[in-house]
Design a protein around this ligand. Sequence first.
Ligand SMILES: [Fe+2]
Ligand SMILES: [Fe+2]
Length: 191
Amino acid sequence: MAKKTPLSEVTLAARRGLPEEFRIILADYPRQSWPDHRDFNGLAAFWLDRHLNFRHVLAVLSGDVQLRLDRKISRSDHAQRLQRVGSGFLGDLIGHHQIEDQTYFPELARLEPRIARGFDMLDGDHHDLHALIDRFARGANEVLGAASDPKAHEAAARFLADITVFERMLLRHLTDEEDLVLPVVLRHRVG
Ligand SMILES: [Fe+2]
Ligand SMILES: [Fe+2]
């Protein structure tokens, strides 16, 4: 049996994948087998689709800032897109974390107590991500509220650096969460 790793050693910033001790259900339900599972087209597909959407929207937001820095879109067009897409993204992500923490994680941990600590780890990720969400919101507001074009350009460059960190952390979280959650959902036919 894999040894228990202190959760403080597998924080979102420190991880390179789902820790070995949480891969015991995944071993029987490897990622490539998920789409062929008879219950895939329920909660499992829905969960993956939500994650795919978060990945996509964050890539769009990051691409937009780059376009603005390259002056390939106007400041007002960028502001409009950032306001609309950015606020929708943050709201959806916060709502997604809430339903995971309050509903799904406790239920899945109860079904698979052997990997219950994995859900605590993911809950911890959400706290780390929320600090980045706050930073994202501040950065976006700085871009939107800049008093001059040079100030807006500086704010956009800082915002892009923040988004890059956010993207790396969010992608790590989404992938590890899928590797922990999907095998339990499929095995116990949840949803
Ligand atoms: Fe999550
Ligand atoms: Fe999620």
